[in-house]
Each structure stands twice: as C-alpha cells, then as structure tokens.
Design a protein around this ligand. Structure first.
Ligand code: PBG
Length: 341
C-alpha cells in the first residue's frame, strides 16, 4: 500500500492531525537505543599506533598529544601487554631513532638492529600471536631531511629509488616479526614492489595494509613531534590533494591489483566520504586512521572544558565505523577497548 509518506507506509496523521509515525519511539530508553543501534564498536577492530624511541630510559610525553608517549623498549612492551588484556586487535609501531643516526637514505630503517626492528622483536616476544603486530613502512622517521623517500640530485623524492629502500625495509621488518606491514609513503607501485620483495624472501604470509588514500593533511602536525621529524617543506608531491576524491578510487584500483590485503584511508574524519566510497567498492578489509591531529583536537577542546571528552571520542569512532571502516587505528584504542568491555 502506498501512503502519504515517502516510505509508502501509513500516512502520518494520528489523532488530531498529530503524527502516527514516530521515530522517537525507538529512542525512548537506553536499552531500546542499544538494541536498534546499526553499528557498534568492538575492541578487536581497534589498532593502537605506538611510538618507540631509541636511547631513552623513561617514556617521553608528546606535548601536542596528551596521554601519548614516545615509549622506551620496556614501556612499549607494557603498552602492548595492556592492549592484549583490553582485547585490542592490533598495534602499529613507529620507530624514533636517535637524531645522530638519521641520514639521507634512512639507514636505521633497514638496520636489523634499528629501533623499529628491535621493537618488533620485543613486542612479538611479549604478545606472540595474541595481537596483530604491524609496522610503519616508511622512511620519514629515519631520514635526516624528513621525507618519506630518498631524494634525487635536484632534491625531489625519487619514486623508484625509494621503492628499492622500501623493499629492503619490508624484508627486515618481516624478519623481525611483523605480521602486517603498512607502506605509508605514497610512492607509486609500492604495494606491488614490496609484495614481490617479500615473496622472493619467503615472507608470503606477511600481509600488506596499504595506505591507499593518504592525504597531504595539516592534521599530521602532532605526529611530527611524536617522531622528532626533521621535515622542512611538505609532502604534496606524493600525498594526495585534499580536493580529490575520485583520485582515491584510482589509488584503490592500483593497490588491489598490486596485492593489498587491506586498504586504508587517512586521515579519518575529514575524509569520511572517501572512506564510504572505498568501503562500498572493495571486498578486502577497510581501515581508517584517526590521526594525531584528530586526537589532539578532541583532547585540547576537552581540556578547556569545551566538549565532553569521552562522548566525543566515542562519537568520532562510531562515525568512522558508520562510514564503512572495519578497522580503526586510534591512539585511544586501549582506553576505548576497556570501556567497551
Ligand atoms: C608516515 C606517516 C605519517 C603518519 C603515519 N605514517 C606522517 C606523514 O605522512 O606525514 C601520521 C600519523 C598521525 O598523524 O597520527 N610515516
């Protein structure tokens, strides 16, 4: 039957012309709202990004990310154990080498005893297979110029020379025990190139989480502090222009063709439209990275008493989930996982 409203149901118009159809009925009690919720967060889909810094004996707080630390090897192990206990799904590691070790090609990134590799071994020793252990596959934490790749003689990021470095890095990280690698440098062909290098080295079981749509974002600001980045300039010749959405579909097609096991959109909140399109288009797991600036924004506003911190955190994560993310990288992973269980 077609009625008077767009759903084809009974027309509104109850007694006295007041509505018969009332969406508010399903919002009456917490139990009712819980029952009809279309999306709910689960600890297992949360991934904790974590920083480990070489040569420190106490964790160092990151001023623009209150509550987040550059970990020592020990405090990182503790954080990983806490994540497991909270039911968190995975951990994504970023290494911060001592400044003096950085060079033009990012040598600490391929040194088997570099901080990231050491941390991977530490964390695997701590958690075994109880947590999915991931590592950032990028050079910016390790280069003295702070770019995500190596530079040519004119100072531009050299795509193919960088791929060679990524391939080497991938094998060292896999060797150190990473379950999943996250190539985040936005070099063309990085997924295919790294996949082949891993396979040739016998690491067929190591997965790739492709940073498929990664935008040149102002919201990475606090991350630069977190990894003591020495970047001058910007990343606009390799990360995507925030104005473009269709371009992400092209990146997606390439990453899938090259063998990405999972794909990611980053940042999360300003790019929910991109996330939604990608989630509709693929059948691999889709991740979203709620990045440092998104974290900082909520923490800073909450500190001033301008928003309700806990509610805002849950709302941002629910929004990302609703837009289509199966996995969410968030600095609140352990805290939220605890709250959920
Ligand atoms: C690159 C990388 C960055 C982030 C994750 N991987 C920085 C960048 O691309 O500039 C940012 C994460 C965050 O801001 O939380 N290695």
């Amino acid at each position: 039957t077609t009625g008077g409203n767009t759903y084809g149901g009974a027309p509104s118009g109850g007694r006295g012309g007041f509505p018969a159809v009332r969406p508010r009925r399903l919002r009456t009690t917490p139990a009712m709202r819980r029952m009809v919720a279309e999306h709910r967060l689960h600890p297992a889909e949360l991934i904790l990004p974590a920083f480990v810094r070489e040569g420190i004996t106490e964790p160092v707080g990151i001023s623009s990310m209150p509550g987040v630390y550059q970990h020592t090897r020990d405090s990182l192990r503790k954080a990983a154990a806490e994540a497991v206990a909270a039911g968190v799904g995975g951990i994504m590691l970023f290494g911060v080498p001592e400044d003096g070790r950085k060079d033009a090609v990012g040598s600490p990134g391929t040194d088997p005893d570099g901080i990231l590799q050491v941390a991977l071994r530490d964390v695997r020793a701590e958690v075994g297979d109880d947590l999915v252990v991931m590592s950032d596959l990028c050079l910016d934490e390790f280069t003295d110029h702070g770019h995500c790749g190596v530079l040519d003689e004119r100072g531009r990021v050299d795509n193919d020379a960088t791929l060679e470095r990524y391939a080497e890095m991938a094998c060292v990280q896999a060797e150190a025990g990473a379950h999943v690698l996250g190539p985040s440098g936005m070099m063309d062909g990085q997924i295919g190139f790294v996949r082949r290098a891993l396979d040739e080295a016998g690491h067929q079981d190591v997965s790739l989480l492709a940073y498929t749509a990664k935008y040149a974002s102002a919201f990475y600001g606090p991350f630069r502090e977190a990894v003591n980045s020495s970047l001058r300039g910007d990343r606009r010749t390799y990360q995507q222009d925030p104005a473009n959405a269709r371009e992400s579909m092209r990146e997606l097609e390439l990453d899938i063709a090259e063998g990405a096991d999972m794909v990611m959109v980053k940042p999360a909140m300003p790019y929910l439209d991109v996330l939604c399109r990608i989630a509709d288009a693929v059948d691999v797991p889709v991740a979203a990275y709620q990045i440092s600036g998104e974290y900082a924004m909520v923490e800073a506003a909450a500190e001033r008493g301008w928003i309700d911190r806990d509610a805002a955190i849950m709302e941002t994560l629910t929004g990302v989930k609703r837009a289509g993310a199966n996995l969410i990288l968030t600095y609140w992973a352990t805290e939220v996982a605890r709250r959920l269980s």
